[in-house]
Design a protein around this ligand. Structure first.
Ligand code: 4HQ
Length: 266
């Protein structure tokens, strides 16, 4: 897969794509990341890429011309049509589902805005999809582009080792990940749960699924509401909730203790 990034900070984007799993995917030629600087396509002596916003007020807007020229050269260097994505808080929220679909495309381009963003007319004519990485404001689209490159790059066939296999990730089954432990088994910080040392692979799979379901229920109930659970998952989540209620009750001071504390306080 090839990813083209249109950005005022091409070196930063190249460096982002050079590390870790994604960097290795590039070395293995599973992924190619190229950056294009709209400033290189500005035609005036100052190499201007931004202008005052029409209607007045503070802030600058990225000009149509340098971006259109950069996108034109980028598209002409591609044998196939390119799916162009603009990063902005106004876009649809990026999800693992969308990441998985993008990872199957032969070629995408990521358009990174700075300042107040990009002239709306360029977006209307050159952009296929607008995506947001979350409900907060960044100073530019580059970190959003880096997020997409990382999430999409690691899904390229052969990018992950067996041990990192993508099927085990959070969200790949719509649930949060289970807890993970390594040696030592006993530590001042606590013990590794016994079932993980049992060698009973069926029991370990059930424990992990139950932890995933339980943590999703506790931390991201919105994710659970989005999917129908099968009978096994329903039973495991029920178990988790019963155990959780019991532990919560054990930790809550009893009414009797409240009375004792009242005596102390008065
Ligand atoms: N920005 N998800 C404003 C973002 C953003 C986000 C990028 C800031 C575009 C013009 N991008 N510029 N959130 O906050 O992707």
């Amino acid at each position: 897969m090839r990813i083209d990034v249109v950005t005022l900070f091409p070196d930063f984007m190249r460096q982002c794509a050079a590390v870790g799993v994604v960097g290795r995917a590039q070395q293995r030629e599973l992924l190619q990341v190229e950056a294009w600087n709209p400033r290189d396509y500005a035609t005036d002596n100052y190499r201007t890429v931004d202008g005052r916003t029409c209607g007045g007020g503070p802030g600058m807007v990225m000009l149509i011309e340098p971006l259109r020229a950069a996108l034109k050269v980028m598209r002409e260097a591609a044998p196939e049509p390119v799916h162009v994505i603009y990063l902005s808080p106004q876009g649809a929220r990026l999800t693992q589902g969308r990441v998985e679909a993008l990872a199957k495309l032969p070629r995408i381009a990521l358009l990174c805005g700075r300042y107040e963003g990009v002239d709306e007319r360029l977006l209307a004519h050159e952009v296929d999809e607008e995506l947001s990485i979350g409900d907060y404001v960044l100073s530019g689209g580059e970190l959003g582009a880096a997020v997409i490159i990382d999430a999409v790059g690691r899904l390229q066939d052969g990018a992950l080792n067996d041990a990192q296999s993508a099927e085990q990730d959070s969200f790949s089954n719509g649930l949060l990940d289970c807890p993970h432990y390594a040696r030592p088994v006993h530590d001042a910080l606590g013990d590794v749960p016994e079932v993980l040392l049992s060698g009973d692979h069926a029991a370990i799979r059930r424990w992990r699924l139950k932890q995933s379901l339980g943590r999703t229920w506790l931390r991201r109930p919105d994710l659970l509401a989005q999917r129908a659970l099968d009978a096994e998952s329903r039973a495991l989540l029920d178990e988790f909730r019963r155990e959780y209620a019991r532990e919560e009750q054990a930790q809550r001071p009893s009414r009797q203790n409240d009375a004792v504390n009242d005596d102390r306080n008065h």
